[in-house]
Write a protein that binds this ligand. Structure first.
Ligand SMILES: [Ca+2]
Length: 234
């Protein structure tokens, strides 16, 4: 049978109170075994004209097992409500999920955009990564300068290899470097994904001379670059 017809039958029975809430939920849950949650959401929107909040509540009623991030991703699908803002999403998810699940979901659903100043050694991005998440950092714009006698650059840095005492020796001076928690400095450049399970706060910095062994270190730097920080579940 067509999914719309099946849903219609179930909804009609529920609306006319010929079946109980439990039976209604059980019937829809049964339907879900053969249909993807997104298909159900499309029906709820197009057929029942539900708004984003109603869909989130319905999806949660249908299966309490969908995590907040799954429901959020469905709402943001181009066929549902892709323009839902982070603030609206927070309000909607608050209706059905505990707060800690929502914070995690929002960070996955909406990438963070931060500006990293060339003068700051380990800029705190405010983004925390969990061991079940994969973190990707991508250069988006801007230029910074870590050596006034050299040209400004993007996250790839300049063509001079950093000496010992730099944030990341052996890679380009001025390249974008990251670390998670108290972990080791790692090369990011203009685009990089942190592999392996990690847990902690993401810090970013330009690759410069930490101890001012060769010059003014971070003090003579200027400019900043903008980066996107994206998280996904592993
Ligand atoms: Ca410098």
């Amino acid at each position: 049978m067509n999914i719309r017809l099946e849903l219609e039958k179930i909804m009609e029975a529920y609306n006319t109170r010929t079946i109980s809430t439990e039976t209604w939920q059980a019937s829809i849950a049964e339907l879900l075994k053969s249909y993807a949650p997104l298909e159900i959401a499309i029906i709820l929107k197009e057929f029942y004209h539900m708004d984003a909040e109603e869909i989130a509540c319905a999806m949660h009623k249908i299966s309490g097992e969908y995590p907040a991030v799954t429901v959020g991703a469905i709402l943001l699908n181009e066929r549902i409500y892709p323009k839902t803002t982070k603030e609206e999403m927070q309000r909607i998810l608050t209706k059905v999920f505990p707060q800690e699940d929502i914070s995690k979901a929002l960070q996955i659903l909406y990438p963070a955009y931060v500006t990293v100043d060339a003068r700051i050694y380990w800029y705190d991005t405010g983004v925390d990564v969990d061991s079940d998440e994969l973190l990707t950092v991508t250069y988006k714009g801007g230029l910074w300068n870590i050596n006034p006698s050299q040209p400004s650059c993007d996250g790839e840095g300049i063509r001079i290899i950093a000496k010992p005492g730099y944030a990341l020796p052996g890679r380009n001076e001025g390249c974008l470097v990251g670390k998670i928690g108290n972990g080791n400095a790692e090369y990011i450049g203009n685009h990089s994904t942190f592999l392996g399970p990690r847990k902690g706060r993401l810090y970013l910095t330009a690759n410069d001379d930490i101890y001012q062994r060769y010059g003014a270190g971070y003090k003579d730097n200027y400019g900043s670059i903008q980066v996107e920080i994206k998280k996904e579940l592993r």
